[in-house]
Design a protein around this ligand. Sequence first.
Ligand SMILES: [Zn+2]
Length: 309
Amino acid sequence: MRHLPVLFSAALMMASTATAAPHVVASVVPIHSIVAAVMGDKGSPELLLKGSMSEHRAVFTPDQIATLGTADLVFIVGHGLEAKLAQISGSEAVNGKTFIQLSDAPGIIKLPVREGGAWEPDDDEPAPAAGSEAEGVLAFDPHIWLDPENAKAMAREVAVDLGKADPENAAAYAANALAFAAETDKTSAAIAAELAPDKGKPFIVFHDAYHYFEKRFGLTGVGSISDVSAQAPSAERLGQVRDKIIAARATCVFREPQFDDKFVQAVIEGTGAREGVLDPLGAGLTPGPKAYDQLIGNLAESLKGCLGG
Ligand SMILES: [Zn+2]
């Protein structure tokens, strides 16, 4: 009986939350995490791309599209990341709703798509399938969340947008964005210290997703098996990557949980390079407000684990 009043007030809080907070959908785990952190105890966003779906390949069920149509706000990275989502934004299927592209937020640092060396596909590779984002030229590398400074800028933008949709809680959203920034700064400082001894050690990644992370923490990525849009590599490209591993004396090649391991096995065979795993999207994490810090923390740990070994 002693616990009853507590349960009662918790139920009341849940009821008031359910009516007050806007219905929010976020595309991928890191964006969902930022939105969840900014919403705090005011509500919970829905996550669209669950599990190990690639950010470049995701397709959506009619049910998911219907959910988008009933949401008050839909946050995506945009600009070539969730290609299928961008295509349906503003369409009849989603009640004409335009999604908020967080890569347009003020203060977002944008890096160009890398060219040259083992970063771009060779000329002999087949043209990308019609309708894929690789068909057009990307204006910038869309993996913006892998710079913690960008995550903070996105949190500020999310707070502004939520505040407009739900003015009553605007101050709470702004305070939560500040708390998220403080937490991210702490994680970022810990990562910088952890990775400092491994700055000069060359490595190869699965797809060209880590430019922002490498630049922020001064790391030496020297190539990728697959390009910025994670197109399947040709045999020729695999050969070039293999040559790069040998020439640059890369000690680690990182696979990703979203993709088949066979390409990594093919390029490292006989080179002496070790295999590691990097998860740029947080596929293995429990979605929620802590997932972002865990995602970048895990990247640092995986890099350290392989490069430092
Ligand atoms: Zn990617």
